[in-house]
Design a protein around this ligand. Structure first.
Ligand code: UDP
Length: 479
C-alpha cells in the first residue's frame, strides 16, 4: 500500500530574491523528501508569471506554483514607505486570498512554510490545524539579530542608532554600526522599525525555523540560537539549517553572454552584479565603469540604470527588460573596453555565469542568494553591500570566511572611487587573491557536503519532513 505523503504549502513574498530560495526549498522537499508542495506566490502584478524562475518550477513533479491575486499597492504606500514596509503591507493584504486558496484545496496541507515577510500567515496555520515554519532566506546571524531586536529596550536601540555603539547580540560578534541593518539607518520611514520588531516577535511562535545556511558555515550563530542561556530562550522554536538552497544551472543554457564566456580564458572574468534589486547612483555607476576600465581585467557587468536616492531601487520591480547598450556609461566606455568586457543590460543568467569556468571573481552586493551562488561555485568576491542585511553578510565574508575584499568606504551614502575599485578587482583576480580563492574552494566543498544525502542540511530537512508526516497522521486520525 502506498503511504500518503504530506502536502506542504509554501508562501513567497514579492521579490525575485525571495521567490528563488522558496522555490528551491519546495523543490528539495518534493524531490528528496517526497512531499507534495504548493508554492503560493505574492506579487504586485502578474508579470512575475513570465519570469523563467516561475515557468521552470511550474513544470516539476509534485510541485505547483500558484500566483495569488496581485495586490493593489496604490493605497498601501507613499513616497516615504521603504521596500520592507511595502513588503509587509502587501503580505498582510494578501492574507484573505491565501486563506481562501487554502480553504479551497481538496487535500488540506499539513504544514505551511512562510518567509519572514509572511509571518502574519502563521495565524492561517492555526485556523486549519497545520504545522507552521518560518523560512529565513538569509543567514543565521541575521535571524539572531532579528530575534534579538524584538527584545531590546529603547535605550539600547538609541545607543546603536544614534550613538553608533555596536549592537551586542548574545553569543555572537557584536554588529558594528557601519555593518548594521537598514532599519537603523532609515530615519524617514516611521513604520520600518515597528515592522521589523513585529516580525521578530512572530518568528518564535513557529514550530520551527528553517535557515538558508549550514552548520559548518555559521556554527556560533547556530549555537547561540539553540542555547537557552544565549538566544535559545527568545528563539524558542528549533532552528534547522537547510542550505545552501540555490538555483541550479539550466542545462544547455545558450545566450550571447554564455557564448562570449565560452571564448574567455579560465578564471579570467570578474562578474559584476548587484542582484535583482540593487542600484547605484549616477556618480557611482560612472566610477564603477572607470574602475573596471582602469583594472585592465576582463569583466562581465549586469548593469542597471542609475537611481540616485535608493540603493534598492529595483527591488520590487518585476520587469527587467532593456534592449541595446546603456546610455548612462561614460562616453567611449564600450569602444575602449569591448575587447575584454561585456555589458549585459538589466539582467544576466547569474547561476550559469558563476558556474562557468571562465569566471574567477564576483563584484556583488552580497544579497544572500548571490553570496551562496558564489560560494557553491568557489568564486571569491568583492563585497559591495547596498541595503537590507548585506553589510552584515559582507563583514562575515571578509572577516570570518576570508573569501572577499571590501571597500574602505563604509558610509551607505558615500561613493567608492575608481582607483579603489580597480585595486579591489585586481586583488581578487591576481595572484594576491589566491588565498581567498583557496578558501572559497574549501567552502564550495563544505557546501556540497552539507546537502548531500546524510549531510547536515539534508538531515535537518529529513527531520522537518518527518514532523510533517507525523502531523499528517494525526490529521488523518482526527478527521
Ligand atoms: N539574478 C540573476 N540575474 C541578474 C540579477 C540577479 O539571475 O541579473 C538572480 C541571482 O542569481 C540571485 C537573485 O537574482 O539568485 C538575487 O538574489 P539576492 O539575494 O542575491 O539579491 P536581491 O535581489 O534579493 O537583493
Amino acid at each position: 500500500m502506498q503511504t500518503l505523503k504530506p502536502h506542504a504549502a509554501l508562501l513567497a513574498s514579492p521579490g525575485i530574491g525571495h521567490l528563488i530560495p522558496v522555490v528551491e526549498l519546495g523543490k528539495r522537499l518534493a524531490a528528496h523528501h517526497g512531499l507534495n508542495v504548493t508554492v503560493f506566490v505574492v506579487a504586485s502584478d502578474s508579470s512575475i508569471k513570465e519570469s523563467p524562475i516561475f515557468s521552470s518550477a511550474s513544470a516539476l513533479n509534485r510541485l505547483e506554483l500558484v500566483l495569488l491575486p496581485p495586490v493593489d499597492v496604490s493605497g498601501l504606500i507613499n513616497s516615504t514607505t521603504s521596500a520592507v514596509t511595502q513588503l509587509a503591507r502587501i503580505m498582510r493584504a494578501a492574507l484573505p486570498s491565501l486563506r481562501a486558496a487554502i480553504s479551497a484545496m481538496r487535500a488540506r496541507p499539513s504544514v505551511i512554510i512562510v518567509d519572514i515577510f509572511g509571518t502574519k500567515a502563521l495565524a492561517v496555520a492555526e485556523e486549519y490545524d497545520m504545522l507552521k515554519y518560518v523560512f529565513v532566506t538569509t543567514t543565521a546571524r541575521f535571524l539572531a539579530a532579528f530575534i534579538h531586536l524584538a527584545n531590546i529596550d529603547r535605550k539600547t536601540e538609541q545607543e546603536h542608532r544614534i550613538l553608533k555603539k555596536p549592537l551586542q547580540i548574545p553569543g555572537l560578534e557584536p554588529v558594528r554600526f557601519e555593518d548594521t541593518l537598514n532599519l537603523f539607518l532609515d530615519n524617514i520611514d516611521q513604520c520600518l522599525y515597528a515592522e521589523y520588531t513585529r516580525i521578530g516577535s512572530l518568528i518564535p511562535t513557529a514550530d520551527g525555523i528553517l535557515v538558508n545556511t549550514w552548520q559548518d558555515l555559521e556554527p556560533s550563530a547556530l549555537h547561540a540560537l539553540g542555547d537557552e542561556k544565549l538566544l535559545g530562550r527568545v528563539a524558542r522554536a528549533p532552528v534547522y539549517p537547510v542550505g545552501p538552497l540555490v538555483r541550479p544551472v539550466e542545462p544547455d543554457s545558450k545566450s550571447k553572454v554564455m557564448n562570449w564566456l565560452n571564448m574567455q580564458p579560465v578564471e579570467s572574468i570578474i562578474y559584476v552584479s548587484f542582484g535583482s534589486g540593487g542600484t547605484l547612483s549616477t556618480e557611482q555607476t560612472a566610477e564603477l565603469a572607470w574602475g573596471l576600465e582602469l583594472s585592465q581585467q576582463r569583466f562581465l557587468w549586469a548593469a542597471r540604470p542609475p537611481v540616485d536616492d535608493d540603493a534598492s531601487g529595483n527591488f520590487l520591480s518585476v520587469s527587467n527588460s532593456q534592449d541595446g547598450m546603456p546610455n548612462y556609461l561614460p562616453d567611449g566606455f564600450h569602444t575602449r573596453t569591448h575587447d575584454r568586457g561585456m555589458v549585459a543590460p538589466m539582467w544576466a543568467p547569474q547561476a550559469e555565469i558563476l558556474a562557468h569556468k571562465s569566471v574567477g571573481g564576483f563584484v556583488s552586493h552580497c544579497g544572500w542568494n548571490s553570496t551562496l551562488e558564489s560560494i557553491v561555485n568557489g568564486v571569491p568576491m568583492v563585497a559591495w553591500p547596498l541595503y537590507a542585511e548585506q553589510r552584515m553578510n559582507a563583514a562575515m565574508l571578509v572577516e570570518q570566511l576570508g573569501t572577499a575584499v571590501r571597500s574602505r568606504m563604509r558610509s551607505a551614502h558615500g561613493t567608492i572611487g575608481r582607483e579603489e575599485i580597480a585595486d579591489m578587482v585586481r586583488s581578487i583576480m591576481s595572484l594576491e587573491g589566491n588565498g581567498m580563492r583557496t578558501k572559497a574552494k574549501e567552502l564550495q566543498r563544505a557546501a556540497a557536503e552539507a546537502i548531500r544525502k546524510g549531510g547536515s542540511s539534508h538531515n535537518s530537512l529529513t527531520q522537518v519532513a518527518k514532523e510533517c508526516e507525523i502531523k499528517l497522521q494525526s490529521q488523518a486520525l482526527g478527521d
